[in-house]
Write a new protein. Sequence first.
Lengths: 165, 165
Amino acid sequence: MPIKTLQDLFIHELSDINSAEKQLSKALPRMARAAEDPALIAAFEQHFEETQGQLERIDQVVEAGNFKLKRIKCAAMEGLVEEAKEIIDEIPKGPVRDVALVGAAQRVEHYEIAGYGTLVALAKTLGHDVAASTLHATLEEEKATDIKLTELAKTTINRKALLVK
Amino acid sequence: MPIKTLQDLFIHELSDINSAEKQLSKALPRMARAAEDPALIAAFEQHFEETQGQLERIDQVVEAGNFKLKRIKCAAMEGLVEEAKEIIDEIPKGPVRDVALVGAAQRVEHYEIAGYGTLVALAKTLGHDVAASTLHATLEEEKATDIKLTELAKTTINRKALLVK
């Protein structure tokens, strides 16, 4: 299916973020098991639950608009998940791995912030007002998760890792 | 070189962003040639110049701290650049490709915002104050580029693409 119009691009971007969310949905439980800090584990588990809701929102947008998603694999999320795997392989469980996991998770959140930001702008331009507000709700969740991870890093995780010799 | 301490992780993250910037530095001229809108071409060209300065800042941090960067390839930036290539392959030159290129570039910017955000926090925690402020300057440039791309999309590029039938 070639991309000719802005509507085609909207469907392509929606298919991309759908693939990204599905890949993340598989990675988050692994990241939660790999973490040590209880608050970080809880944050990953909570974001896993949120991700299920975000996938449901994509389904709602698809059904309401009678859109047909493409079966594509988001290459960027593949790279981001690969980076998280490398961290788990290279760093033993503990405070330093936790800091690295926060960094990997924030890269993921920022990918999604950019992706949903584009989607909301395209939906508005195309006059898909309900889709725009549905996707905007997810955008706000991704931003809130990013801020939460920053707070977690600043208040406890980074300092705990500094003590590792 | 295993990652045991927060300092090891700082070097790992610095090596990762160094690889990301180098990959981006090769991709930006291709993105500029692939774009049609003059303001978007100018934005890509300007960000290419900025990227050279950002690579120099990494060199400054490395030299001042007498750090040794690792030769690693940033997997996430590989995926992000791959996505930009797919756009160029799949969408003919014109307004719709321009919108897609803005989306790809904003994903790249957000990767860098997350990466430099982590680096600045680690530098501060480790007491590398000069490195923190040098890397913070780049972080602010990445944020400004992201905002500029959003403005470009909102004011002209998205609307031009809506007219493509």
